[in-house]
Design a protein around this ligand. Sequence first.
Ligand code: PHE
Length: 345
Amino acid sequence: MEAQLSALKQEVLEKIQAASTVKELQDVRVAYLGKKGPITDLLKGMGKLPAEERPKMGALVNEMRQEVTAVLDARMTELEAAAVEAQLANETIDVTLPGRPVQIGNHHPLTKVIEEIEDLFIGMGYEIAEGPEVEKDYYNFEALNLPKGHPARDMQDSFYISEELLLRTHTSPVQARTMEKKKGEPIRIICPGKVFRRDNDDATHSHQFMQIEGLVIGENIRMTDLKGTLDLLGKKMFGSNREIRLRPSFFPFTEPSVEMDISCFKCGGSGCSVCKRTGWIEILGAGMVHPNVLEMAGYDPEKVSGFAFGIGAERIAMLKYGVEDIRHFYTNDMRFIQQFERTEG
Ligand code: PHE
């Protein structure tokens, strides 16, 4: 029985050593020292021993139990301390770690161009106007002196949604809408927005792009006012040394109609690849508001006159920043966008 006892003690001590967590050690305690464990069994079996051996064996078992309990308690203290330490290490915050950098975005080049133009015109007392991208045929064409079947409608291949609704092909319908709203009052507006045309996308064409429309209506608004305004715009966008020239053109809603060129900002006018060796770069379309357009919107062409212009925002941005493919503006490649400085505000 003594040999049995010492083998059991050896076994328990090994189990205690092998336990590597508080839980495992608790299991050892229950298994060996618990009420159903082998030590209890031993004590219970003492009844079968001869009477004179009982006290000696009882003492030996108790001694063994105390020893094992002490070793187990010590190990338990150790494991509990280790567990606390591990938890603390886990929860520690290293305040010396570098913070995560806050990413500061920058403005899209088209936003920059539009805001720059808006700023210029707001400074001259213009208001910002907006209109719907899904437009009525009436405002997109008819109210702009383009009746149904007019051949000039083909100049702007359209996405029709129904017989009477289309994606606007230009921002000019906002002219007609604003005139209707202002009911004969003077107008000075600038209107940026998306426009859509049934074009095949390539380096210089996009089925969706942005225009900025300008409209001024009042008494004695003359062609020279238009020219002075466009001159200012050209200088603001491409530098104070720029000159402008107006070439005759055609738009059904303006008469006379012009296209505006600026002297090439790259070569200064001597001819280079940017201006296709002409010294001039085409920038926008403009003209004096056609009397029919004024009349349809309830203005008296005998009393008031006005000018209008339409700028392609992409074209300005491509020239200004040397962007060679219009598709870069829409594909959201961060490497493209991050090349543009952040503008405040
Ligand atoms: N709406 C014209 C276009 O998209 C531009 C334009 C606007 C011309 C205003 C004259 C006056 O081509």
